[in-house]
Write a protein that binds this ligand. Structure first.
Ligand code: FES
Ligand SMILES: [Fe+2]
Length: 352
């Protein structure tokens, strides 16, 4: 179900603070993980399951650079090794919990679930976070009770903006007629769309004259497992029908989204949107972020109902249409990576 040799977003940097009580429990791709900050500010990610009797370490207490389980008092250091068992001097070799490679980048916390030797920071997707100079980015998050494959498919097909988001960030049938250019990469896909001469979407229409028309440019980087970065630009409608719009650039923005599966049935969705400083205006970044909160609830309502139906009839044969091309490519890539990991984990010569 989950690729393990990948960086998974564990949340925004501000989710994990220096506060005594800031010991954050996460479930990521089925694994229980506890996050906390050391006094020097570095983030530690340990298995959230005490080596003694599986109590939750996230219910424990920070002590220096380590964490003490508050059931029988075993203390684990930042590398997951137990360095104290109250009431006994001998500490068994296997008194340890797993420590995960963890990196902070672009205001996100990233955790590597697979072989630590393969944890290449260069595999973390490009992103633009709130501390990025040149951009005014606002952040948010949401829990969605749907399998992450449904989120991958949702984000790889912007045709759904016509229907799901008709009152927020979509609405025109032209979203279904876009001819996206998909380019597969080793761990993801780049997609580019142009949509020309359409009315501004409902969420922003009040900012423009009633007969206004705009050209929209979508440059998207999808990365396995489900990270989605979009450079989104809005131009006053120009006369170009191919290539770059020749209209005036009205909005230059990034929306960065990390959809992290908790397990087979739900995801934690960390997202942001914001304009470049050059196209910013007072209140604009907040409006964009608030718009995403509403729009992603619209997606969540669709996906949660779809998830329930797919659980009821998992083997039902489904219909493919033209808009499924992008989702098909991303899910094909995910399945390929899953097969490759499974093959690498199977001993040579074993019968499968
Ligand atoms: S379960 Fe953690 S110390 Fe016993
Ligand atoms: Fe959507």
């Amino acid at each position: 179900m989950f690729v393990k040799n990948a960086w998974y977003c564990a949340g925004w940097d501000y989710d994990v603070t220096q506060a005594k009580a800031s010991i954050v429990a996460r479930k990521i791709a089925g694994e229980r993980i506890v996050l906390f900050r050391k006094p020097d500010g570095g983030v530690v990610a340990l298995e959230d399951r005490c080596a003694h009797r599986q109590a939750a370490l996230s219910r424990g207490r920070k002590e220096g650079t380590g964490l003490r389980c508050m059931y029988h008092g075993l203390k684990f250091n930042e590398h997951g090794k137990c360095d104290e068992i109250p009431g006994q001097a001998v500490i068994p070799e296997r008194a340890c919990v797993r420590a995960y490679p963890v990196i902070e980048k672009d205001n996100w916390i990233w955790v590597w679930l697979g072989d630590p030797k393969l944890a290449d920071p260069g595999l973390i997707c490009f992103s633009v976070g709130p501390s990025h100079p040149g951009w005014h980015i606002k952040t948010s998050k949401m829990h969605v009770k749907a399998n992450y494959r449904l989120e991958i498919a949702n984000l790889a097909d912007l045709g759904h903006l016509a229907w799901v988001h008709e009152n927020t960030v979509g609405g025109s049938r032209k979203y279904c007629e876009m001819k996206p250019k998909h380019t597969l990469r080793a761990r993801g896909m780049d997609t580019q769309y142009w949509l020309r001469s359409i009315p501004p979407t409902a969420a922003v229409a009040h900012l423009f004259p009633p007969d206004m028309r705009v050209d929209l440019s979508f440059d998207i980087q999808h990365t396995i497992p489900c990270n989605w970065i979009m450079h989104f630009r809005v131009f006053a409608a120009g006369t170009a029908t191919e290539g770059e719009s020749n209209g005036q650039l009205l909005l230059d923005s990034y929306t960065c989204q990390a959809v992290t599966p908790r397990d087979e049935d739900s995801v934690d969705y960390y997202y942001a949107w914001g304009p470049s400083n050059a196209t910013d205006a007072p209140g604009l970044a907040d409006m964009l972020k608030d718009t995403l909160d509403i729009a992603f609830r619209e997606d969540a309502d669709v996906l949660e109902a779809q998830h329930i139906r797919m659980q009821e009839q998992p083997d039902r044969k489904m219909l493919d249409i033209g808009l499924d091309a992008g989702p098909g490519k991303m899910l094909w890539l995910l399945d390929k990576m899953l097969k490759e990991e499974a093959a690498a984990a199977t001993p040579a010569g074993a019968l499968v």
